[in-house]
Design a protein around this ligand. Structure first.
Ligand SMILES: [Zn+2]
Length: 118
């Protein structure tokens, strides 16, 4: 796998997006949110992400340093992506790889990120 364009979204179909990501570099995190959700994340830049539908269909949740916008579908509750600023200030999008069409999450080999200790 290399960098590829995928479509994805929430469970009910209200939120749909197109995104270009490298699924060879995925991450799982043990922080108070990711640890509960079990999200497998892949990161990309804003210009590689296009929201096709779902603007206004999502609820935003922020915690901790309030730099990441966690967006979940107000209907089905699935958080298919989030966005925010990296520590260096650059805008980034975190994709929930479990929400990508045609991607088997069991084929991914995510690295562990110790978000709990931050
Ligand atoms: Zn939904």
């Amino acid at each position: 796998m290399t960098t590829q364009t995928y479509t994805g979204g929430c469970q009910c179909g209200a939120v749909r997006y197109e995104v270009t990501v490298d699924l060879d570099s995925t991450v799982v995190c043990n922080c108070s949110r990711c640890g509960r959700l079990g999200t497998i994340m892949a990161f990309t830049t804003m210009d590689q992400f296009k929201l096709l539908s779902g603007e206004g269909a999502m609820t935003e949740y922020m915690f901790n340093h309030h730099v990441i916008h966690h967006l979940f579908c107000s209907t089905c509750g699935i958080q298919s992506y989030s966005y925010g600023k990296r520590p260096d200030g650059a805008e980034m999008v975190a994709i929930n790889c479990r929400c990508l069409d045609g991607v088997d999450p069991w084929t991914l080999t995510p690295k562990q990120f110790d978000g709990k200790s931050l």
